[in-house]
Design a protein around this ligand. Structure first.
Ligand code: AHM
Ligand code: MG
Length: 291
């Protein structure tokens, strides 16, 4: 490798590390926003979802701090229509407050991020790192980078490593499927019915927490293709890709129903995708049923 390529690779590594640390350092302010901005904002995001004041505040905090990092070229978010740009090489896509409908009942929610080598909308194969934060009883952060998944506890925005090799257990235990049974396709319903008898239900309405159950206990999470909405609910770039990168890096599989989510690219910045994530044999079973 030439010297200039080496330099740019290590610059990118430094930028990725700064993005991860900046997101961690912003979490105390996001926790504060969760407590202080519980109401509606009277606006909708580009997907047509009502935005809470906390969704907007979290987005504003991350946009300012992430774009301030040397080496970050763009910030894209589930909560804003356009990609924000500055000078740099890497691209950050975020769901600033995932599962914010859990704010009213005070249940878990989180932040999802992906660092891409190309400007979104782009394929999951361009991810350099991704991660999520859970604002639960404690604030934790899971990061996938260089084929390794690590879990941290965050205290005042500082990371403390608690697991340097998060790996899906071989034996699956839990499942969580979004959408009502009436809205599922017959194909998905038949495989879901089998899985329901084999595994234990864990579904909390925030994919960060539900996927963390799968990473911890093994199993499968899905927000599938729906009869009235073949594209499913979850956003490809902001939710699907980053979570797929984590699950695959932890030894599991991801799918849009046909192939790894990472091999796919959204048609548009805010496109949705059906998604299936978890232990490889379960994802293969689901894939063979839904196609
Ligand atoms: P959000 O980004 O607007 O919060 O929506 C995404 C969330 C996911 O975290 C979760 O898996 C899903 O929506 C839950 O949807 P439902 O309320 O239909 O179960
Ligand atoms: Mg979300």
């Amino acid at each position: 490798m030439s010297k200039s390529l080496n330099t740019s690779a290590s610059e990118s590594e430094q930028t990725v590390a700064q993005v991860i640390d900046t997101i961690a350092a912003t979490t105390p302010d996001v926790r504060h926003a969760i407590a202080e901005y519980r109401g509606q904002s009277n606006s909708v995001n580009p997907s047509g979802d009502d935005q809470l004041a906390a969704d907007l505040r979290a987005d504003e905090l991350f946009e300012q701090r992430v774009l301030d990092i040397d080496g970050v070229a763009t910030y894209a978010s589930e909560e804003r229509a356009e990609v924000e740009t500055t000078d740099g090489r890497l691209h950050v896509a975020m769901d600033p407050l995932d599962g914010s409908s859990n704010l009213e009942p005070n249940s878990g929610m989180g932040t999802i991020f992906g660092v891409y080598s190309e400007r979104p909308p782009t394929a999951g194969t361009n991810l350099l790192a991704s991660g999520f934060v859970i604002y639960g009883p404690i604030t934790s952060m899971v990061v996938a980078r260089g084929g390794q998944v690590r879990e941290y506890i965050l205290e005042d925005g500082d990371k403390r490593l608690v697991d340097d090799d998060v790996t899906l257990p071989e034996e699956p235990t839990v499942f969580g499927f979004g959408g009502g049974v009436d809205s599922w396709t017959e194909d998905f319903e038949s495989v879901a019915e089998e899985i329901r008898y084999e595994l234990k239900l864990r579904y909390g309405g925030a994919m960060v927490a539900d996927i963390n159950q799968v990473l911890t206990y093994g199993g499968v999470f899905s927000y599938p293709k729906l009869q009235s909405r073949p594209e499913g609910k979850l956003r490809h770039q902001f939710e699907g890709h980053p979570m797929a990168y984590i699950v695959e890096s932890a030894g599991g599989r991801s799918s849009d129903g046909e192939r790894s989510l990472l091999e796919t690219a959204p048609d548009e910045l805010h496109s949705r995708t059906p998604l299936y994530l978890g232990n490889a044999d379960l994802i293969e079973r689901v894939e063979s049923n839904v196609n």
